[in-house]
Ligand binder design. Structure first.
Ligand code: HEC
Length: 223
């Protein structure tokens, strides 16, 4: 903590002024900052739910328009047909490879939901200038990349209704409910120790599962 002897008079005056401002603040606030406007909140509230596309904005885009925007803004990194330049990620291919020794997860082989593609492009791409694409162009790019992956026909028009209906190849291979019992724990406010027949049957103690010492890596091996 500081003592008042070390704070000169102007600083002290400022602190006192801040103190009196705090008294004038709205109840429940800290007395600084301003309430976020609806427009500011909307700027952050951009998430789109993969499964049903909730949050997708109005607008639409064709595969052809997507090809044009892609050539200008994406092909330098992701390749003209999504094959990926250098070490930049492929956006196409890998279908049927997920069980191979060298699986190739791409939008086409791995992603479960088409609306997530809209969400990702909208929030993160093009990499040097995210948030510069219009909603229509993000729809168009989504249509184009889905078409490159043979997931929609060339005449496909992407919009908030059509995207959730696109059947992605890996849609059914994700496990959406976690079956482990400890993830299904119910909130408990009283009587929580009464766990029925759940008993601790063993522990990891004495099994050399964790290093006994901490420190540089070479001293961390169990002795
Ligand atoms: C400067 C290079 C660059 C440009 C330009 C660029 N991207 Fe990317 N993109 C990347 C990189 C790098 C990643 C990987 C980012 C990561 O994994 O965090 C990526 C990831 C992606 C992914 C996710 C791929 C996956 O399977 O995880 C998509 C989809 C994508 N970009 C679409 C686009 C689109 C559409 C455009 C044009 C509007 C674009 N990108 C422009 C570099 C770029």
């Amino acid at each position: 903590m500081f003592s008042s002897r070390k704070i000169g008079p102007p600083v002290l005056a400022l602190l006192l002024a801040a103190g009196s401002l705090a008294h004038a603040a709205e109840p429940g606030s800290f007395g600084y900052g301003t309430a976020a406007t609806q427009a500011q909140i909307a700027g952050w509230d951009i998430d789109v739910r993969g499964e049903d596309g909730a949050g997708l904005p109005p607008g639409k885009g064709t595969v052809n328009r997507g090809a044009d925007v892609y050539a200008e803004q994406c092909a330098a990194c992701h390749g003209t047909f999504g094959e990926g330049e250098g070490r930049f990620p492929k956006l196409v291919g890998g279908a049927g490879s997920l069980r191979d020794d060298r699986p190739e997860p791409t939008v086409g082989s791995y992603w479960p939901f088409a609306p997530t593609l809209w969400d990702y492009i909208n929030r993160a791409m093009p990499m040097p200038a995210p948030h510069t694409l219009s909603a229509d162009d993000v729809y168009a790019l989504t249509a184009y990349i889905l078409n490159l992956n043979d997931l929609v026909p060339p005449e496909f028009v992407a919009d908030r209704n059509s995207l959730p209906k696109v059947k992605m190849r890996n849609r059914d291979s994700f496990i959406w409910t976690d079956p482990r019992p400890d993830t299904a724990a119910r909130a408990c406010m009283n009587g929580c120790a009464d766990t029925g027949d759940v008993r601790m049957s063993s522990t990891a103690e004495g099994r050399d599962l964790t290093p006994r010492t901490t420190g540089p890596l070479d001293t961390m091996q169990p002795k």
